[in-house]
Write a protein that binds this ligand. Structure first.
Ligand code: SF4
Length: 417
């Protein structure tokens, strides 16, 4: 699969461009830390393969017989990461591509899962564009994102802009490209977005921003530059999950400690310190602490991995965590209990499967026509969030004294002396 190949071979991968452009030495540093494939990555790889097959059948391999298509799809459906909801989400991706492709007066040029070489701007740099469409002066780069954790924006997207450079490098001689259109299709959030810019802007970004950063990154030079403090989104290229060095990165540790110290020192500037932290101090400290929480977790994970894999971390050891008792052979135990005279109704309880699992099991049609009628979302528990969090502030339902104590607020003595 394309994305896997990109990660495995390109040091300056397009998907991590934000990181190595802002923090050039991160590329070589990360390469020294083993990568673990998460179940989400497996899911994404499979969804891409299904989307690719559907697009091939529709656009680039029209001679593919129904039989071949079905047998290839069936093979993909047997993958352990498969869930039936992938059909609906990949259909949405195919619909998005179709809307662009069928919107021109004649058939455009379409390439699917195309290796795009942007090495003129970044040494050995290449990536795999999910779908490239070119018609006349317009180049469209469409990226299918199967994740649902972090919404990704098309506007100013480094990964897609690098793909655009790669596509221009490959097809610029064949088509008079002048405009670049970047598209993100992220159906599980849902979050689709597009952004257009003149080709010359992308080329100038390639020369002025990508080239100098890529040269340093490739050589492992330049300064470490932790991301600005922000609320944990795709802009924060350091945060857990984005940079494998995050937990043990010295530059991040220094920055985090500095931030915390700043917040602490600000409070100390007051002449007479009250015994309790003021709410201003608490607010400021909490903001830094939120940032620290994820980082400390990553640091813990790194130390645990080190000890489990045979190394040592001075001052720390591993202990046995909590575990729950379980039956070694539940079927045999229950069969024996039934034989001993216990009623099955006492031994088993019938419970509906969890909503997330149920959604994965149902077809898109049944999710929309049947299940959606029954889904309600109760109000969530109040959760503390910084002021700039994009979720709206929660309005608390305050109970008035009148509601709490009854109509006329008259005290009613319910008896007793
Ligand atoms: S955690 Fe941030 S500062 Fe450290 S190497 Fe990674 S990207 Fe650079």
């Amino acid at each position: 699969m394309g994305k896997k190949e990109e990660k495995a071979h390109a040091l300056l991968a397009a998907s991590s461009a934000k990181k190595w452009i802002h923090c050039p030495p991160s590329a070589r540093l990360e390469a020294s830390i083993p990568e673990e494939e998460s179940p989400y990555a497996k899911e994404g790889t499979l969804a891409h393969a299904i989307g690719e097959l559907k697009l091939q059948k529709l656009f680039t391999d029209k001679n593919m017989t129904d039989r071949t298509y079905k047998s290839r799809l069936k093979k993909l459906q047997q993958d352990e990461a498969y869930a039936s909801e992938m059909e609906g989400f990949t259909d949405e991706y195919v619909d998005y591509v179709s809307n662009i492709a069928f919107g021109f007066p004649a058939s455009p040029f379409i390439s699917i899962e195309k290796r795009l070489d942007y090495s003129p701007w970044a040494p050995e740099g290449f990536g795999t564009g999910d779908c490239v469409i070119i018609y006349g002066k317009d180049l469209h780069i469409i990226d299918f994102k199967y994740g649902k954790g972090v919404p990704v924006k098309a506007e100013g997207n480094y990964q897609l802009a690098l793909y655009a450079l790669g596509a221009y490098h490959e097809f610029g001689m064949l088509f008079p490209i002048e405009n670049v259109h970047l598209h993100i299709v992220q159906p599980r959030i849902p979050n689709n977005s597009s952004w257009s810019t003149p080709l010359k802007e992308v080329l100038s970004w390639g020369e002025l921003v990508v080239k100098p950063a890529a040269e340093k990154a490739f050589k492992g030079e330049g300064d470490f530059h932790p991301a600005e403090y922000c609320n944990g989104n795709a802009e924060n290229y350091c945060k857990a999950g984005f940079c494998r060095a995050y937990g043990r990165c010295r530059a991040t540790a220094e920055k985090n400690m500095e931030l915390f110290k700043e917040a602490w020192d600000e409070g100390k500037n007051q002449k007479k310190l009250p015994p309790l932290l003021t709410w201003e101090e608490a607010g400021e400290l909490l903001k830094k602490a939120m940032f620290l929480k994820d980082w400390v977790q990553k640091l813990e994970d790194a130390a645990l991995n080190e000890i489990v894999s045979g190394g040592g971390v001075p001052g720390w050891k591993i202990v046995e965590g909590r575990s729950n008792r379980k039956l070694s052979d539940a079927d045999a135990a229950f069969a024996e209990l039934v034989q001993a005279g216990y009623d099955e109704a006492v031994l088993y309880e019938r419970r509906p499967i969890a909503l997330g699992e149920l959604e994965k099991t149902l077809s898109k049609e049944h999710r929309q026509d049947i299940l959606s009628k029954y889904i309600t979302k109760p109000q969530g528990k109040p959760t503390l969030a910084p002021e700039d969090d994009k979720r709206p502030a929660m309005v608390l339902q305050r109970v008035s004294a009148e509601e709490a104590f009854g109509g006329d607020n008259t005290y009613v003595d319910k008896g007793g002396k």
